[in-house]
Design a protein around this ligand. Sequence first.
Ligand SMILES: Nc1ncnc2c1ncn2[C@@H]1O[C@H](COP(=O)(O)OP(=O)(O)O)[C@@H](O)[C@H]1O
Ligand SMILES: [Mg+2]
Length: 344
Amino acid sequence: MASATNSSRGFAMPRQWLAKDRAGDDAVSVGIAADTCTTGSLLPPGATVEIASMFEELGISRALDELDATLIGLTGVKQRLREIGALLLVDRVRARFGLHAPRPNLHMCFAGPPGTGKTTVATKMAEILHALGYLPSSHLVTASREDLVGQYVGHTAPKTKEVLKKAMGGVLFIDEAYSLHRPDNERDYGQEAVEILLQVMEEHRDHLVVVVAGYRDRMDAFFELNPGLRSRIAHHLDFPEFPTADLIEIGHRMLSEQGYELSDAAEPVFAQYVSRRREQPHFANARSIRNAIDRARMRQAARLVAAGGLVDRSSVSLIAPEDILASSVFEAPPAATASTLTGP
Ligand SMILES: Nc1ncnc2c1ncn2[C@@H]1O[C@H](COP(=O)(O)OP(=O)(O)O)[C@@H](O)[C@H]1O
Ligand SMILES: [Mg+2]
């Protein structure tokens, strides 16, 4: 199901919002869009604006700093978001000087494998765009094929519109967007969902930012088949696989956020776990690390309960080597050893 991660919508969609003929449709008045850029009185030509403090006042620098602090790695993504934030801010300042500031196209593509932070960054971006006044709300709705595409004739349009209605005012995040296209099935309704999306991305770009996400190569192939979609997406951000060192750091960060830490002896075991896990099937970067930590906590709890006796603050906070070593990841020999063993 499509899910709203933030319920503050504050946006009532007019009945006719998806009507084909939009002539005279001025019911969409949420106090943003074109006039956003002109909020604040017009400044005289000789005036000056303290741009850094404006960045701060709007909460953009806070949101970006938070992103820097909470997310490990992703240098390229962080850099691009700073650039987008800066561009939008300068647009606002330009508008106050009466300079041309058309509403920029903010639809985006986040390309990368699972668990590389795409949803997390999209959530933060919704906050930034809201802080800047480009979106009336900071909520994010995630949707995948099942939420958008129906099973029979006449089923798809209402489903897609329902999701769009939920997302309106904020960000719609479409995970594995290419799954909307099923080339093997000519009676598939995915294309119908794409057509509706395209229409809304164009007509409601003042009220909705669409982020399409998924593997880079499959995304590229999807764009090849849907040039209309590609042309509506202005920003392409790459979310690369994390190097092992970053995954280890992500693990440390997640543990400390939950009030846990690795014992000295568990440190090298965890590092080994990460190296082995990333070579295994269904590895999903930071998400796999989060799952591993959840399981380690469970094993620690089981170990403490089984041992009985007294526990203290330190014993309930420490993850021991055995809490990690019990993972099935340690059952198989590491990839390098396996090939050596099966070699000639
Ligand atoms: N760079 C990062 N630093 C720390 N934690 C991260 C990072 N990227 C992702 N995570 C965590 O990993 C999990 C999966 O991230 P998510 O944004 O859902 O990935 P995706 O949408 O790319 O599949 C979340 O719990 C998130 O907090
Ligand atoms: Mg995701």
